[in-house]
Design a protein around this ligand. Structure first.
Ligand SMILES: Cc1cc2nc3c(=O)[nH]c(=O)nc-3n(C[C@H](O)[C@H](O)[C@H](O)COP(=O)(O)O)c2cc1C
Length: 193
């Protein structure tokens, strides 16, 4: 069974992280880290409590405390055996920590380790508009090997619901790991090739 590490930080769009975890944990193991601000955002956006969220997770999901810098997944020797790390959504604060190698929680640590071990790191950055510091930090992490994604769904697949728009973004994240779950319609998908 393939193993993934997912961080959910305190940017708007908790649903992205929740859906990524749901999809990955259908067939793989997910090591999940949720920041304390992400839980605050979750309560506002999803209207559920932390314990309700934790109860909703299936048995393929192992939750790690963001404060636990001694967690097994904090070590390169363990992380290198995983498929990589996704932070969705990724706050500007977490982006800045990763871009500058400042590690004050487990989400920062697994991102830093993924970069040093040359494992896939996908950051779904969410803020609007961006200032130059945000843009410079995105450039820094991209040069260090991360895939920087934005929570900006396409419209060519004619989304009819928020769920369709979320699935487009989640599908693009899963594409980065070679996973095709038919979450969105690809460009000219119906045409014969
Ligand atoms: C309701 C709410 C929405 C927020 N939305 C964003 C956002 O979209 N992008 C962002 O960078 N920060 C956002 N923030 C601020 C972050 O939560 C804050 O910078 C926090 O320190 C991030 O810490 P973390 O990355 O460890 O989760 C939001 C905060 C709250 C309470």
């Amino acid at each position: 069974m393939k193993t993934y590490i997912v961080g959910i930080s305190g940017a708007s769009g908790f649903v992205y992280g929740k859906r990524v975890v749901e999809e990955l944990s259908k067939h793989g193991k997910v090591n999940l880290i949720v920041s304390s601000t992400a839980y605050t955002v979750m309560e506002k956006e999803e209207g559920i409590t932390k314990s309700e969220f934790l109860r909703s997770l299936n048995s393929n999901v192992e939750v790690h405390s963001n404060r636990d810098l001694a967690s097994p997944i904090s070590s390169g020797s363990r992380l290198i055996k995983t498929e990589g790390v996704i932070v969705a959504p990724c706050s500007i604060s977490t982006l800045s920590a990763v871009a500058n190698g400042v590690i004050s929680n487990l989400i920062h640590r697994v991102c830093d380790v993924a970069l040093k071990e040359k494992k896939r790191l996908v950051l779904l950055v969410r803020e609007m508009p961006y200032n130059l510091i945000h843009i410079e930090n995105m450039k820094r992490v991209a040069l260090a090997g991360a895939v920087v994604m934005s929570a900006s769904p396409g419209f060519y697949h004619r989304p009819r619901s928020v769920e369709d728009m979320v699935n487009f973004v989640v599908g693009k994240i899963l594409d980065q790991f070679g996973l095709d779950r038919n979450l969105y319609k690809r460009w000219r998908e119906d045409e014969t090739q």
